[in-house]
Ligand binder design. Sequence first.
Ligand code: AMP
Ligand code: MG
Length: 412
Amino acid sequence: MDHCTTSDLISLEQALEKMLSQIMPLQQTESVELTNAAGRITATPVISPIDVPPFANSAMDGYAVRVNELNANTALPVAGKAFAGAPFTEQWPANTCIRIMTGAPIPAGADAVVMQEQAEVSDQGVCFNAPVVAGQNIRLAGEDILQGAHVLPAGVKLGPAQLPLLASLGIAELQVMRKLKVALFSTGDELQRVGQPLQAGQIYDTNRFAVRLMLEQLGCSVIDLGIIRDDQAALRAAFIEADQQADVVISSGGVSVGEADYTKKMLDELGEISFWKLAIKPGKPFAFGKLNHAWFCGLPGNPVSAALTFYQLVQPLLAKLAGHTEWQLPPRLKARALTPLKKSPGRLDFQRGIFSSNADGELQVSTTGHQGSHIFSSYSQGNCFIVLERQRGSVAAGEMVEIEPFNALLRS
Ligand code: AMP
Ligand code: MG
């Protein structure tokens, strides 16, 4: 039910701009061991302390040669062996070759490696049956990364694509941004914690669970203050405690009409908070501002709305605050709607959909079904948002729409 005119609603872009323009990244950094660095964000550019590879080595199993000693009619006796981890270090007599394995250091003086498939071995030595060019099959020192090169900028999240690179450089410890401390509570007399039986009129607290999981995935330290009753004194105490402990305080519920004025009155006392009606669906009511010490985000109570506003608004805020400058949502893509999609003009709609590519490689998307803001299963069935423009009405099957694939926060 939505009797509201859309003129007093602010757009998602405006809300994001208002939030992100106010906050600055945290300044504190700390040193962590590489083995504990997964999920952390680089605080400074990472510079290579060594050349990679650190020495010239063979790209093939074969024979190291001096090209000017090669003569089509003469076999070169094998003077020694070079293995990965066991270089050839002896005197290398003229007009001989050295048996060499992949990864073995190139013996001093060698200027090519001939792969063993192009070698004929006899009692006299080795003959080569293909032309040999100086430099062939030699991986040069520093060919991948030069000592002193910037390998990662500041502001990058460290994961399986980055950490092995740092391991290959022998970096055992590095400077990362400190973790964000985020305090979290749900509000509502109807809420029960998971594990307790439901009394008449109660529902389970979904939002705290959803938000805590997403915060943990984002690498935040979570301070979980539980369920707070709809009671002014209890709420005030929770806000004060949260503000003292955290960089960001996140609550859910109590920001829609009815309770809003009540929460609003108290937050006016504790900080500067704006209550916004966002022109997005789901997720119209949303609050943002500053308490005494921490930033504050007030999520709507309906679980689909709470998760969506967290994803679209709080996630970018936390990324900026944490110094994760490279953060961005997956790009929006065009897909053909396979099912009709119900919508009335007025708000930017984030329906949940299932996308795939058809036999021609074109993207297609279908709805997860009921899009009510209490239908949380729409997330678990979906793999993307179907993003429908504000002024658009219902979509017929066959029309093109924009989709935004879920990022790691919502993907299974
Ligand atoms: P409110 O914004 O507090 O008026 O809540 C809006 C709707 O969301 C109501 O139906 C609430 O019962 C429901 N709700 C609020 N908080 C939660 C929560 N943490 N988990 C599940 N449902 C909630
Ligand atoms: Mg409530």
